[in-house]
Every structure is written in C-alpha cells, then in structure tokens.
Design a protein around this ligand. Structure first.
Ligand SMILES: CC(C)(COP(=O)(O)OP(=O)(O)OC[C@H]1O[C@@H](n2cnc3c(N)ncnc32)[C@H](O)[C@@H]1OP(=O)(O)O)[C@@H](O)C(=O)NCCC(=O)NCCS
Length: 294
C-alpha cells in the first residue's frame, strides 16, 4: 500500500505516500517550490517524474512523503528518501539521502518538514542506513542532527579564450561518442579505478549505470549525458558526464575519468574543446548567453 496515511497531523493535514496519480501534482509542486527559471523547472519536473516512476534503482513512490491538505486536496509539503551505497576506504555502507524537501509558503514554519524528516529517519534506520546525507540549506538541517562533513562541489571555470586550440592542421587526438549499454563494463572499471582517489565514494552497480544511460527523462536535473573518449584508433580511454541542462550560462563537466595508464594532461585539452562545443549547442537550445564552461 503506498497511499496509506502515515500520520494524521490534525486540522485536515495528513502525511501519506504519493500514488502514481499524484505524479503530475508532485512534479508541479516541486517546480513551484524549487525552481529558479524555466529550464530549472523542466529539470525538476523530469527529476520528480523519474524518481516516482518506479524505474529508479534507488527510490520509488514508497520513498516519498507528502503532506496533503484534505480540505482542498492540494500537496502542501513533500520530501523523499533516496537509498544509496557509499564506500569508506573500500568498505561499503548504506546511506539515506533526504531530497526535494519543500513546503508551500502558506504552510511554512508549522513543523511539516520536521514531521517528515522524523519519518524519513525512521525509514533510514529500518533500512540499516548508517548515515544520512543531505545537500541543502547549510544551517537549516543542523536542527535535525546534520553537520558539515564532506565537500560537495567546487571546480574550475574558464571562458572561450581559455579553450586550448589545435595547432595548425593538427587533428583532434581524442574524440567523443555517446556511451551506450555495451559500454557499461568499461564505465564501471574506469569509474571504480577513479574512486581509488577518494576516501569516500558512491558505489555504482550495473543497474545504476544502465539507469543513467537509458532510464532517465531528457532534462532530469540529476542526469549526466555520458560520452566515451576515444583515441585515434577508436580505443576507449575514458569517459565524461555532462548535465543536459546548462547551469546558468555555464556548460558543466560533472564527471571525468580516465582508464588506467592514460594521461590527464594529454586528454584534457580535447575534453575542454568538446565541452565548449556542447555548451554552444545547449546554449542555442536553452537560450542562455554563451559565456562560460566549468
Ligand atoms: C526550508 C523549508 C523546507 C522549511 O519547511 P517548513 O515546513 O517550514 O519547515 P518546518 O516548519 O518543519 O521547520 C522545522 C523547524 O525549522 C524552523 N524553520 C523553518 N524554516 C526556517 C528558516 N527558513 N530558517 C530558520 N528556521 C526555520 C521552524 O521554525 C521549525 O522549528 P520549530 O519546530 O522548532 O518551530 C521551506 O521553507 C521551503 O520549502 N523552502 C523553499 C525550498 C527549500 O529551500 N527547500 C530546501 C532545499 S534543501
């Protein structure tokens, strides 16, 4: 049963799981609460629909809570718990990731998120998740026991002038093609090899790779378009992942890994040139100014 009431909060408010019939309303809710512009809204819509579609290996309808105002039938607050496996120095452990936490303005500061976090934490404990991790408002989640622990983001950015040029008639030494299911063993080997640089990393099995390649809607905020980097002989040397939506005016490279024995300094100029080309395409399609990459 995914539509059973989880808690009755009184005054017409109930916490329940969504059903598939709530999909559009929940996507609309998340767009309204979380998006900053039209493309962000599209990304949130696709992300929400994907998360509750039942296709994702790590989350489904039963992992969402929503607060319904039964007097109007509207969703006034919602969040979800994404279940993942991370590794600490090679030792896997389960992690629960609360996501898409939001409350409609008129219903804020009434403890609706506090109630739902409590439920998510119970689910997380019951699943044997040792850790909960959240990427959100830095101070807000401290009241629920969260502390700053891991770096979330960071990177380098540049402008057109920084894109390395090929010399004269030099041919591009590395080329890029969209990854497909047949590349999964290569993606997994290469990713796992790259993880050895990190004390903590997310464990990705073949189901997650398959879902990334074939399961997500086009503009899912959480999607990475994966490309295989090949040398002139057509041998795969690494891969990259680019979000299908620009981040403001930037085209972003979120994932970049090379197979054992290949040189970052030899391949990176080609990666930057390719990222710039993708940025130009996205810019045209998504109507952002053509200014940066990051
Ligand atoms: C942040 C947000 C999710 C809080 O939702 P909410 O339902 O109002 O939260 P709650 O009332 O359950 O908050 C729990 C506690 O935090 C306090 N609180 C709520 N919003 C707060 C804020 N902006 N700053 C500081 N404290 C806040 C509440 O007073 C409450 O404390 P109390 O129970 O001791 O009174 C909501 O404001 C929101 O949707 N914001 C826009 C979307 C967003 O930023 N989401 C988070 C993305 S990470």
């Amino acid at each position: 049963m995914t539509d059973a009431i989880i808690r009755d909060l009184g005054e017409g408010l109930i916490i329940r799981h969504p059903t598939s019939e709530d999909a559009e309303a929940l996507a609309k809710f998340n767009k309204e609460i979380h998006s900053e512009d039209e493309w962000d809204a599209k990304g949130l819509e696709d992300w929400t629909l994907d998360l509750i579609s039942g296709e994702s290996p790590t989350v489904g309808l039963g992992d969402f809570t929503l607060v319904e105002d039964t007097r109007t039938g509207e969703i006034v607050s919602s969040c979800c718990l994404i279940s993942q496996t991370w590794s600490y120095e090679g030792i896997p452990f389960k992690v629960g990731r609360p996501e898409l936490v939001g409350t409609k303005k008129a219903f804020r500061r009434r403890g609706l998120v506090r109630q739902q976090m409590d439920i998510l934490h119970q689910w997380s404990e019951a699943r044997g998740q040792l850790v909960q991790a959240i990427t959100g408002i830095p101070y807000y989640y401290r009241q629920f026991g969260y502390e700053m622990v891991l770096n979330l983001g960071g990177g380098r950015s540049g402008y057109k002038t920084h894109v390395p040029k090929l010399n004269g008639d030099q041919e591009e030494p590395f080329t890029f093609r969209e990854a497909d299911k047949a590349d999964i063993p290569f993606l997994m080997d290469t990713y796992n090899h790259g993880c050895q640089r990190s004390l903590v990393y997310a464990v990705w099995n073949k189901h997650l790779w398959r879902y990334e390649l074939t399961g997500k809607r086009q503009y899912n905020l959480d999607k990475r378009d994966l490309y295989i980097i090949e040398d002139v002989a057509g041998q795969p040397v690494g891969f990259i992942g680019i979000p299908p939506l620009k981040w403001g005016s930037n085209s972003v490279l979120m994932v970049y890994e090379l197979a054992t024995g290949f040189s970052w300094s030899a391949i990176t100029p080609s990666v930057i040139r390719f990222l710039w080309q993708i940025g130009e395409k996205l810019s045209e399609a998504q109507n952002h100014p053509k200014s940066g990459l990051g």
